[in-house]
Write a protein of this length. Structure first.
Length: 92
């Protein structure tokens, strides 16, 4: 049996759309915390232009300078290499 679609007003839809950034931020932070708990070696982050390893105990180790962000023009095609188990040391 197919469910009937619920009619949502434009105002309700706008309210829901305004909540997206908050939910995305919370989900990202939650994933970061789960990664810290699961990792034995820490989590890599970029902080103020530096590549930093953050340990579960809060220890921060600066590993080097992070590469600058890449600016992309509209319509530019970017090829992305595939990460598999061998290139990531079996941790992908």
């Amino acid at each position: 049996m197919a469910a009937k679609a619920k009619k949502v007003s434009e105002r309700d839809l706008d309210t829901l759309e305004q909540q997206i950034p908050l939910h995305a931020s919370e989900a990202t932070h939650s994933a970061y915390l789960r990664a810290l708990q699961a990792s034995q070696r820490g989590v890599l982050c970029v902080d103020d232009g530096e590549l930093v390893r953050v340990g579960a105990d809060g220890a921060r180790t600066v590993l080097g300078q992070a590469s600058p962000r890449r600016k992309v023009r509209v319509g530019e095609i970017i090829s992305v290499r595939r990460v598999d188990d061998q290139t990531a040391g079996g941790r992908a």
